[in-house]
Structures are given as structure tokens and as C-alpha cells.
Write a protein that binds this ligand. Structure first.
Ligand SMILES: C[S@@+](CC[C@H](N)C(=O)[O-])C[C@H]1O[C@@H](n2cnc3c(N)ncnc32)[C@H](O)[C@@H]1O
Length: 268
């Protein structure tokens, strides 16, 4: 859809086809809303922030400057997780997952919609992001299936977990942009929270920490899934191989044939 079509279908609450088949038009109030959205976009705000929502896997999510705008490639990450878990032994007996850097709740909501019954824990260091995530869970009537935790992964993963509380899988789409490259990002991306983008000096801070600390949170045979930057596949492969506790390590490409996802399984 073009930006104009997206705005019109958002305001008129109709499909793209309806715009043309039914020839729908904006009334005076709706025209003011349209003009307001256009002004915000012209002032440099991302379209999704100006609309206040976006689509993720066919689900409508509230988004604003508190969270990263869910990206289309992350839908593919959810599909990879669903496909992997549906044929995995561990998931037959344990259906509990951890989403590190839960943000708007897009991954968690996508998984809950596809894999129920499932219980998720969502961790984020940003309280504003967690507030918005809670609104999205409420919107989809999923509050009862998710435990949201306000915490810093660099502290939180050090905690001890009893076997009963361990997860059958963990997913993370962490900040992975190299700090020196933050300045080079397009202007609209710079409107997104820097907390959601800054992956440290080499962009790998979160992966290094999560991989070295996550094993004791997982049940034997549990899975980890990451979204990664297109130039990080080799580094992730090395980190997981060197750790020594992971098998079935795969670096998976996105629709543009770029390395984008990683999955690996804790040894049984
Ligand atoms: C790239 S965004 C991903 C958001 C969402 N999961 C998605 O896929 O669109 C990374 C998220 O990690 C969170 N985050 C950043 N630093 C963190 C930390 N130290 N501990 C926990 N979460 C953190 C950010 O607030 C942000 O919501």
C-alpha cells in the first residue's frame, strides 16, 4: 500500500479495495485527522508513529516513540520459531518462552497467536516500552499469558533459576547497530529509541552476553532464536560454536538473501 492508502484505510477503518470499490471519501473531521498525520510525517516522524499503529503478522499493534517499529523481517523470525517448535520434542512437554527486549510485544503476540497454549515472559529495560507492550497485550486479550519484567538483561540473566522455572525457548531481537553507525541511520530511524538500536562498540554486546548466560535458563534441548544484522552471521556462528553447549546451529537468510536470523539448540 502507498502511504496515502495506509493513512486512508487507517482513518476510514476499511480495506484498500474498499477505497476504490466503494469510493469512500473523508468527511471534514476525517480530513483534519488526515492533514494532522501528513504534517507529522512532513516533520520527519515515521509513518507508523504518525498513525499510532502498525500491522504485524496480520495483528494491529499500537506503536509510538516509546518502541521500535516492528519490521517485516521480524515476522519471518516468528515463522521460523513456530515451525521449529511445532516439530520439537521439548515443546511437547514444556510451552514456556522468554522474549528478551520485548518492546511493543510484537514477537510475543505473534507467537501466542500461533502457538497457544503458550506462556511467555517479556523482559525490557524500558518502562515506557513495557507500558505500551501491556496496552498491546490488553488489546489482544493476552495479558494472562505474559509475565512482563522490567529489567536489564546484563543484570537479569545472571540470576539463578530453578529447573521448574526454566524456559523451553528464548527469542531476542536485541539492539544490534554498531555505535559508530548510529549517526549514519536515516532521519526517520533516528526518531526511534536509541535504546532499541545501540548494540555497543561492535554491535554484538547483547549476543555475547545472552549466549554466555542463557544456558542455565533453558531446559535441556531448549532453543534460542535471534534476529541479527546482515554482517553478523559469522560472528554469531563462532560465538555459539565456541560456547560448546549448543548444537543444530543455523544462520538463516531473510527474503533479500541476507543473513538475518540464528537458531541453536542447547544440548540435551
Ligand atoms: C531492537 S528492539 C526490539 C523490539 C521488539 N522485540 C521487536 O522485535 O521489534 C530491542 C529492545 O530491547 C530493549 N533493551 C535495550 N537494552 C536492554 C537491556 N539492557 N535489557 C533489556 N532490554 C533492553 C529496548 O528497550 C527495545 O525494546
Amino acid at each position: 500500500m502507498t502511504a496515502r492508502e495506509l493513512i486512508l484505510t487507517h482513518i476510514l477503518r476499511c480495506s484498500r479495495a474498499d477505497l476504490y470499490i466503494k469510493g469512500l471519501h473523508l468527511n471534514e473531521t476525517q480530513q483534519k485527522i488526515y492533514d494532522g498525520i501528513i504534517r507529522r510525517i512532513e516533520a520527519g516522524e515515521p509513518l507508523q508513529y504518525a498513525l499510532g499503529e502498525c500491522e504485524f503478522m496480520g495483528h494491529s499493534l499500537k506503536v509510538d516513540s516509546r518502541v521500535l517499529i516492528p519490521r517485516p523481517e521480524t515476522e519471518l523470525l516468528v515463522e521460523i520459531i513456530v515451525e521449529t517448535l511445532q516439530t520439537s520434542e521439548i515443546f511437547k512437554s514444556s510451552r514456556v518462552g522468554l522474549d528478551i527486549g520485548v518492546g511493543s510485544g510484537n514477537i510475543t503476540i505473534g507467537l501466542l497467536r500461533s502457538l497457544a497454549p503458550l506462556h511467555m515472559t517479556g523482559l525490557d529495560v524500558s518502562m515506557p516500552a513495557l507500558d505500551l507492550c501491556r496496552e498491546n497485550l490488553r488489546r489482544h486479550d493476552l495479558e494472562g499469558s505474559v509475565n512482563l519484567i522490567h529489567g536489564d538483561v546484563f543484570v537479569w540473566l545472571g540470576q539463578k533459576y530453578s529447573d521448574a522455572l526454566k524456559f523451553s525457548f528464548m527469542v531476542s531481537n536485541p539492539p544490534y547497530i554498531k555505535r559508530a553507525n548510529l549517526e549514519l541511520l536515516p532521519a526517520d530511524v533516528k526518531r526511534e529509541p536509541v535504546l532499541a538500536l545501540d548494540g555497543g562498540e561492535d554491535g554484538l554486546n547483547f549476543y555475547v552476553h545472552i549466549i554466555s548466560h542463557v544456558a542455565h535458563l533453558l531446559k535441556p534441548g531448549g532453543w534460542i532464536f535471534f534476529e541479527i544484522g546482515e554482517d553478523q552471521g559469522k560472528s554469531l556462528d563462532n560465538l555459539l560454536t565456541m560456547h560448546g553447549s549448543f548444537v543444530n546451529i543455523s544462520i538463516i537468510k531473510d527474503y533479500n538473501q541476507k543473513d538475518r536470523f540464528v537458531k541453536a539448540q542447547l544440548i540435551l
